[in-house]
Design a protein around this ligand. Structure first.
Ligand code: ZN
Length: 179
């Protein structure tokens, strides 16, 4: 939650009666209890397996790898992508003590090596950490499948969620094989 959202929430709470705020607090606690991670792709999900993974109309042959659940939501908004996802839960960042073992990289390698996946699209926002993550994960997956990455044109250090839908759709469209 950013400072602006926090401020809006605080104002909203101030204007409400105490029972209303209590009801909101209960709803938040309930949401916290219900939301977990999909055991296949690690996207936010109220069920053990998320809606996207369960959707039979989606292409199993292609997996788009993102750092965060917010990126899944951003990519879904483009309505261009019909494959599956895999959420890493962050990017490799030694400065912050985040190594590959803190991310959901092993489950991804297992998934790609066991299922017949034809293509993995690396869709990590461009930054030094993002680049390290893309190359590291790409190397692990190459023995099993074709690995591509979304086209740049996304601003360096920018998050996927802040890119507009047209830019994201183009980045996906213009993906190229990872060398
Ligand atoms: Zn899932």
């Amino acid at each position: 939650m950013g400072p602006k959202t926090a401020q809006r929430l605080a104002l909203h709470i101030l204007r409400r009666s105490e029972p209303e705020v209590e009801a909101l607090a209960r709803a938040l606690v309930e949401a916290k209890k219900q939301v977990g991670l999909c055991k296949t792709c690690f996207h936010l999900s109220a069920q053990p397996v998320c809606e996207i993974c369960r959707n039979k109309n989606r292409d199993n042959n292609i997996i788009c790898v993102v750092s965060d659940s917010r990126d899944v939501i951003a990519l879904e908004k483009t309505r261009e992508y019909r494959g599956k996802y895999h959420v890493l839960g962050g990017v490799i960042s030694p400065m912050d003590g985040i190594g590959p073992e803190q991310l959901y990289i092993q489950p991804l390698v297992k998934r790609v090596s066991q299922e017949k996946v034809k293509e993995v699209i690396m869709a990590i926002a461009p930054s030094v950490e993002g680049e390290t993550t893309t190359l590291y994960v790409g190397k692990l997956l190459k023995p099993f499948t074709k690995v591509t990455r979304i086209a740049f044109g996304l601003p360096m250090g920018g998050d996927l969620e802040y890119a507009d839908e047209v830019t994201l759709a183009r980045a996906l469209e213009g993906r190229r094989e990872l060398d």
